[in-house]
Each structure stands twice: as structure tokens, then as C-alpha cells.
Design a protein around this ligand. Sequence first.
Ligand code: F0G
Length: 404
Amino acid sequence: MKEYDVKCIRCGARFPKDDIVYTCRKCGGLLDIKYDYSKLDLERIVKAKGEGVWKYRALLPFDDETTPITINEGNTPLYRCDRLAQAIGIDDLWVKHEGLNPSGSFKDRGMTVGVTKGVELGVKGVACASTGNTSASLAIFAAKAGIPCYVLLPKGKVALGKVAQAMMHGAQIFSLRGNFDDALRVVRVLCEEESIYLLNSVNPYRLEGQKTIAFEVAEKLGWAVPDRVILPVGNAGNISAIFKGFLELKTLGIADTIPRMTGIQAAGAKPIVNAFKENKEEIIPEDKPETIASAIRIGNPVNAAKALHAIRSSGGVAESVSDEEITEAQLLLARVEGIGVEPASAASIAGLKKLVEMGEIERDERIVCITTGHLLKDPERVIEICEAPIEVDADVEVVRKMLK
Ligand code: F0G
């Protein structure tokens, strides 16, 4: 039997594994799931069969008898990207395309674990605030589990494909007059008062699913870890989760090092970058976050403390990129590697390029960029930045003359 419970990262208070608690009742700190690693069987991780998130169930917070709510999430491709590497001026670049999860983003990894836990706890419904992807994924898993789903979206600020998913899969959707940070504030109170299960990344169980990104990266590289992992940062759950995954591989003796965790924010929403550069422990929230990368348009990231720890203790950095740099990177990735991502995901590539130019990244580092969401999530942005289709008569000569 696996032993685990919930621990406050700030004051160390412990809570039983089935307690529905999102932040520490003693000090308000963030929570983490803690395992007794001495009781874990290593063979069950490195020799596990199957694929996707549940392949690593030896390191997930469930007993072996649990039946998961799953849509075959995880097992996303890790592409070797030589053409992109050459364009940027580095030697060893890989992109893990999390946009190829069933709902089109990495959120499915967290939701399969979070919704399975919710069902196990017998919750009457699930809810989240979202810039879009979290709500799309949660709506799908709630549909699969047959439980009600409530989502709060910042009005007019969510990409079309994401709202369409939440609508189609039957969530009750509120379009909040406010931004993501307002929506999260409201949903947190609602969940506490109405006993609805909160599935934003402040829920430590969700992050347990997302840490499997680290396991897949390491496994595909022959149980070795890259020198650096670069990813976009919004509410800062994913960078914290992936760091935890690598930390576990080190704790268990499967890997000797931890990649430099490198977080990229948009220039108009960069409280973590500011805190990192100013050497501060706490972020100063931004009231009016603004960027075309709507998924990471977040001014008050709930997991900031975990993310800053992940970046600093792994020797990584936090950097910001402009909307222009994001768009340029989105087009470059699509056109030299055939990888279609939404703007937030392209922030990782834009950040890589900028850090190489700044001399912060060495040419020979082995780098993995995580692209978090699929291109089709945000078709409106594509139409804004690409040349429109040319309308012509159905005539060979007319088309021939116009070929570039
Ligand atoms: N990339 C994409 C495509 C996202 O949707 C998000 C977050 C992030 C990156 C940032 O991840 O929050 O763990 O730092 N989207 C959330 C949502 C906020 O509601 O869908 P993070």
C-alpha cells in the first residue's frame, strides 16, 4: 500500500490524503502531495508497461485498485528539432508537443488525476476559473465521469476553440466581467462554500498528473534528463509540477541531475519574471495583465512560490518575451518544424531564442521546450497573422499565374 499525505510547503503542516483542502489551514501556504519514497518500488516506474499518465501510477496518489477517469492523455511526442535548432543557433533541441493531448493541451494530464480523485472523494461537482484550456479539459473529464462542471471565464478573453470545447462538453459557463485573476478569486470562494471540487492548479492533486511530463521526457531520452526545460508560465502550476517530476526521479536515483527549469512569461504579464530578477520571494501582482497569448494572461499566479523555488533551485531563469517575439516564434515553429501551437506555447520558443541571443544559454546544452497547447485552440490569431487565402475563378491559367 502506497503511503502519502498532503504537506504545506511553507509551514510543513500535514493533512490527511482525503481531506479536501487547497491551501494550508494554518498559514495559507501552498500544498504538495508527499510520498514515502522508501516504500516505492523503482522497477514499477522504469519498467512500467502501458502508455500515458497512468503508466506512472506507482508515483500517482492512488491505490492500485482505483479505476481512472481517462481519455488516454499523455504519451505526447518529443520531436527532435534540428531545423529549428539551426535557425536559433544551438545544437540539441527537442520539442514536447503537449498540444497533442486529447483536448489539445497539457491540462488533460492534471485533470485525469484531479477528476479521478474528485470521484473517489464523492464530490458533487467540479469547477475552475480558466483562460480556456483548463475549462475545456475539465468539461471533457466531467462529461466522462458524469458529474456537473462549472467554469468561470474572463469575458471576451478566451480563444474561440477553447470556449467551443467547454460548451460542447456540457459545462455550465459563466462569462465573468473581469480577468482570470478575478475569476479564480470568485471560484475559490464558491468551491469552499458550495462544496464543489476546485480543479485549478492550486489543487495539489492536479499537479501530480502534470509531473508525468518530466517522466516522459526522461524516459524518451533513455532515462536521462536534458540540461534545460523551457516552458510558458501563467498560473505557474506546470513548471512547478514538471520540476517535482524531475526531483522525484533524482530522489529515487533514476536520474542524477535536474534540468534548469526556465519559465517564460509575456512582457505584459510577468510578475514571476520581475520577482526572479529582483531576487524577491514574493511576486507583486499585476492588475491589468495584457498579451496576445491569452492562455498566460495572468497577473497574480497562484503557484508563484512553487515556481520561483523550481527555477532558483534548479539553476534556471525566468524571462519575458514581447507579443511580436511570440508571434515570430509561432510562425517559425510552424514553418520549419511543422509544429502548430497556440501563442502561449510559442512563448517557450521565443524565450529560448532570446536567451540564446543574450548568451544565457550555451550552444551545446540539450534543451527541451514544452509546447503546451494546439494551434487550433486559437484560430482567430492565425487569421490575424497569416496571409489570407486568395479567392480566384476555377481556372488553371488564373491560378498558375499567381503561383509564388
Ligand atoms: N500554456 C497554455 C496553452 C495554457 O493554457 C496555460 C495555462 C499555460 C501555458 C500556463 O500554465 O498556468 O500552469 O503556468 N492555462 C490556464 C487555463 C491558466 O486556465 O487554461 P500554468
